[in-house]
Design a protein around this ligand. Structure first.
Ligand SMILES: NC(=O)c1ccc[n+]([C@@H]2O[C@H](COP(=O)([O-])OP(=O)(O)OC[C@H]3O[C@@H](n4cnc5c(N)ncnc54)[C@H](OP(=O)(O)O)[C@@H]3O)[C@@H](O)[C@H]2O)c1
Length: 255
């Protein structure tokens, strides 16, 4: 495993967890970039030549409105970046262009927890089974703490894609309030925000006879931080655009 000089972009709840994990694994945290928080010696307000000097890989956990510009700035300075921030994927094309143009690397995922990535595979298998039985309808409900800026969660969107791609009966995810009956081909995805609830995602399959529920609950942020630091190690020296799926497949050989 290469020991890296890491820049942490966004020193909030996740940025702090990533700092701990990176140091535990022997990496150096060369820069912390956050407009407000002070940390002597390695604190910077913005991404520029000075703040990214000597950095091997950046890790961004900021906010939806900031992530795309951060990717473009890092790419412009020829730095690769791991992005955990959610809610910016509508600007993915812009980010891709900048990364390709500068021949750097981007690895992004709405969820860096290995458990959630196992959950994605379980949901995919379940959706394929359910596809054989017309009597089952499907739904998604996700819960998060009240400070989360985006809704639905990136993880819920990804779960929605998995169900739609593997169930012929579902074609569209519906995230908003409905003022009418839901159509059979629509997949209802509901979001709840309250207190300090840890990220919780439930995928349900409902028939007139029973309900099957698959649920993932994050117990802490450690799993996300470990996944993000592992992703920084994995993209170091690579060029291109990757998701966590690519990394997991590469490590497990697709099994
Ligand atoms: N992919 C995953 O596995 C995963 C897991 C957990 C969370 N997330 C996502 O990661 C993001 C951060 O989560 P969090 O819980 O750490 O949030 P947080 O505690 O609010 O931290 C975000 C930090 O980024 C700072 N920031 C905002 N814009 C910035 C910019 N342009 N440059 C540098 N720093 C900037 C914020 O400063 P201000 O307070 O001044 O705005 C804040 O300190 C969210 O999008 C969340 O959904 C992803």
């Amino acid at each position: 495993m290469p020991l890296l000089n890491i820049a942490i972009i966004g020193y909030g709840k996740m940025g702090r967890e990533i700092e701990k994990t990176a140091l535990e694994k022997g990496h150096a945290v060369k820069a912390i970039i956050d407009p407000r928080i002070k940390k002597e010696g390695i604190q910077f307000n913005e991404i520029n030549k000075e703040s990214l000097a000597g950095v091997d890989v950046c890790i961004d956990f900021t906010q939806p409105a900031a992530a795309t510009e951060n990717i473009k700035k890092a790419a412009g300075l020829k730095k690769s970046i791991v992005v955990g921030t959610t809610g910016w994927h509508n600007r993915l094309d812009e980010a891709r262009k900048a990364v390709k143009k500068n021949n750097t690397a981007l690895l992004y995922s709405p969820n860096f927890s290995i458990g959630v990535n196992i959950f994605f595979k379980i949901v995919e298998d379940a959706a394929k089974q359910i596809n054989n039985f017309d009597s089952y309808d499907s739904f998604i409900v996700e819960f998060h703490h009240s400070q989360k800026l985006d809704s639905p969660s990136g993880t819920a969107r990804k779960l929605g894609e998995i169900i739609i791609n593997n169930t012929n009966r579902k074609t569209t995810a519906m995230y908003d309030r409905l003022e009418r009956k839901i159509k059979p081909e629509e997949l209802h995805v509901a979001s709840v925000r309250a207190g300090t609830i840890s990220g919780t995602h439930t995928v349900g399959f409902d028939s007139s006879a029973d309900t099957i529920e698959l649920k993932h609950t994050a117990k802490s942020r450690v799993g996300f931080a470990q996944g993000a630091v592992a992703a920084a190690e994995w993209i170091s020296g690579k060029k291109g655009i990757f998701t966590l799926d690519d990394m997991v497949k590469n490590i497990t050989g697709g099994n």
